[in-house]
Design a protein around this ligand. Structure first.
Ligand SMILES: C[S@@+](CC[C@H](N)C(=O)[O-])C[C@H]1O[C@@H](n2cnc3c(N)ncnc32)[C@H](O)[C@@H]1O
Length: 665
């Protein structure tokens, strides 16, 4: 267990600077900047709203909102007085009455337990089982919806403190989209430079002073920092590892030096030495295995990586999805408020989601919960279904569906028309799936249990397919910290191949003749490129009859089009990444494909149909492969063979030795 994990017991720190800032933890620079902020200007809210209104009891205000019938257009955040609050509440909750297709939702406290290949799941830990325990406490409230504090000031901190008044506002689900956009923009410049720099450093072990981006800038970042010597490291190891404060300070220093390498680095030390020290400290401080720490670290510019690791130490907001088959969001909100639940609408991007700040009753065991009025579901889990956008009367396949958060969301959007085939390879998990389907009153769901790779042989011709794939769960580490230590390189390789097989089957299960649909949505609760862009890019290469289309999601970072030497189809930028430290939701990835008839695809690079056909690979155009359905190429063969052996084993048969399969293949 890492230092940070060991010291994690207290509730996560919120960004309420006055309450939570600890000079000891945040370090000198941060502490100083916090002192400054203690005299900070009032937030926009403070400025705009009369004091007496602001101090009012939030819960009381909200009750008033739900009672009022006047309509208004905006969300909660800028509300100035009670009348306006009421009007806005009405407006917000009226949206859910529309039951439009944009207000999808889905659950996902479940997904954490559902990750990984079917054999690897912990069948006993169904999240639905945990729901009744979920009582949000007052203490939790201030922590949950605010951005986690950071041990290291970053570029995004700077941009926050220097930009307009909005920046002082806490991050809620409601203002998250706008905040994340601003953060994205601020981080973009740093990211572009820093990622490039990181990548080069990774490929090139030699010191490269030219990578210093800040050489012309005035040096304002303090003393050069000296890495520990070999003797110091040995002494540290002898003493049972470094002191937590030493590690914190060293991490801060390494980030600082890596930001201004030429100015601050010790003479004769390479960038990769600093990165290596930082990675060692990240592993020990946060409790990751070295492999995963590095894999996740590589995803971000240096300072942002620390934000990501910090965010994984903090629980995400508790959110629920209104089941519009049973109730309306404003009615549900009112009912829960009456029970002492403090909540508010999530954001404008969903009209069925509610964020729960505190509750005196277990959110997973209220009469409304038991009556199926809502699903306890992470906000990120709404996203794939929003992207899927199922239309009434369609036939939809949810290929990996247990315990059914997204299935029941799809069913609600279909308004109990059409049909949802809710499949999951894990039969045990289909029990909780069926239970949820019943509880939420979904009458258009067929539950089945096949290996997803058997589709479309089992049944095909769907209007839409959701593949919420089994994954490593690197996006939900705050819920399941075991991921930090139990994922190896081999797991990622195997998972990626299962995902590649499943995605081709998902594509092949869609009818290109669908009048209303013809879409596949691929999602994971993981942030690794192996499980996301690489899989989607593979599908584009193997299925020239598909192209990526816009997900329809209002926020999220663009998917990578190149990563550590890999070049993906440019249309990968249409896919979306979600991060805990940016969006205050679980790490998630969403891609949406349109499936066309085979053989109709134009050649790569023609018109705007990027991704519809093959891509340039090592200078050679990958041809349109009309009938290439089987996974019979060299890339897939070893994985297919391994899968075949596992299937035989599962059936109690003795698989032939690996060499024999190869010979007979
Ligand atoms: C991320 S979870 C799905 C969560 C679900 N979509 C929801 O919203 O509640 C992944 C699921 O994939 C299932 N699974 C694993 N391998 C599979 C396979 N080969 N075919 C179909 N399902 C599989 C697991 O049993 C697990 O329930």
């Amino acid at each position: 267990m890492g230092h940070r994990a060991k010291n994690k017991q207290p509730a996560p720190q919120a960004l309420d600077i006055k309450q939570n800032a600890s000079p000891k933890k945040l370090g000198k620079r941060k502490a100083e900047s916090l002192d400054d902020k203690s005299n900070a200007r009032p937030t926009k809210k403070n400025k705009e709203a009369p004091k007496s209104k602001q101090k009012g009891d939030k819960k009381k205000k909200k009750s008033a909102h739900f009672e009022d019938d006047d309509a208004s257009a905006d969300g909660w955040e800028n509300v100035a007085d009670d009348a306006e609050l009421k009007a806005q509440a009405k407006s917000l909750f009226n949206n859910s009455d529309d039951e439009g297709l944009d207000d999808l939702d889905i659950d996902e406290f479940n997904d954490d337990e559902l990750r990984g290949p079917v054999q690897a799941f912990d069948f006993g830990s169904d999240a639905e089982d945990n729901e009744p325990e979920l009582v949000t406490s007052k203490a939790k409230k201030s922590k949950q919806f605010e951005r986690p504090s950071k041990i290291i000031p970053t570029a995004s901190d700077d941009s926050e403190s220097s930009s307009d008044d909005d920046d002082d506002e806490r991050i809620t689900m409601a203002n998250m989209a706008a905040r994340s956009k601003a953060l994205d923009e601020a981080a973009a410049a740093e990211a572009a430079l820093d990622v490039e720099e990181m990548q080069q450093a990774a490929f090139n072990e030699e010191e490269d002073d030219d990578l210093d981006m800040d050489e012309d800038e005035e040096e304002t970042d303090g003393e050069p920092f000296q890495l520990p010597t070999q003797e110091e490291k040995e002494a540290e190891a002898k003493a049972g590892g470094p002191d937590v404060h030493v590690v914190q300070r060293r991490m801060r220093d390494c980030v600082r030096v890596l930001g201004k390498f030429k100015k601050l680095a010790e003479k004769g030390r390479s960038r990769s030495e600093y990165i290596s020290q930082l990675l060692t400290d990240i592993s020990s401080y946060y409790g990751y295995n070295d492999f995963l720490a590095e894999k996740l670290f590589q995803l971000f510019p240096v300072a942002e990586a620390i934000e990501f690791f910090e965010a994984n130490e903090v629980p995400r907001p508790v959110t629920i999805r209104t089941n519009t088959l049973r109730t309306r969001r404003r009615d549900l909100a009112q009912a829960l408020i009456n029970r002492g639940v403090n909540l508010e609408p999530i954001g404008k991007w969903t009209n069925v989601g509610l964020q729960v700040f505190e509750s005196s009753v277990p959110i997973g065991a209220t009469p409304e919960y038991l009556a199926g009025h809502y699903m306890l579901q992470a906000a990120s889990s709404f996203l794939p279904v929003i992207a899927l956008s199922p239309q009434p009367h369609e036939r939809v396949l949810d290929m990996a569906s247990a315990p059914g958060g997204k299935t029941t969301h799809i069913a609600a959007l279909l308004q109990n028309t059409g049909v949802v085939f809710a499949n999951d390879a894990n039969k045990a998990r289909t029990k909780s799936l069926s239970a949820n389907v019943h509880r939420l009153g979904c009458k258009n769901v067929v539950v089945c249990s096949y290996d997803g790779r058997e589709f479309p042989k089992v049944i095909g011709g769907f209007d839409r397919v959701l593949l919420d794939a089994p994954c490593s769960g690197t996006g939900v580490i705050s819920k399941d910290s075991s991921v930090k230590i139990n994922k190896s390189e081999r797991d990622f390789t195997l998972l990626a191949h299962l995902q590649k097989q499943l995605i081709l089957c998902a594509i092949d299960s869609v009818s290109p003749d669908s009048k209303t649909g013809g879409y596949v949505v691929y999602s994971t609760c993981s942030v690794t490129v192996d499980e996301n862009e690489s899989v989607v890019d593979y599908a584009l290469r193997k299925r020239p009859n598909v192209k990526l289309v816009d997900t329809g999601l209002e926020f999220g970072r663009e998917g990578y089009t190149k990563y550590r030497g890999k070049i993906f189809n440019p249309s990968l930028s249409l896919t979306r990444r979600f991060y805990p430290h940016v969006h205050n939701m679980d790490g998630f990835y969403v891609a949406k494909f349109k499936v066309e008839k085979r053989g109709k695809a134009p050649k790569a690079g023609t018109e705007s149909e990027i991704g519809l056909t093959g891509i340039e690979e090592e200078g050679e155009q990958v041809a349109v492969e009309e009938e290439k359905i089987a996974f019979d190429d060299d890339e897939d063969r070893p994985y297919l063979e391994e899968a075949k052996r596992r299937r035989m084993k599962a059936k109690g048969l003795r698989p032939p030795p690996r060499t024999a399969i190869k010979a007979g293949a």
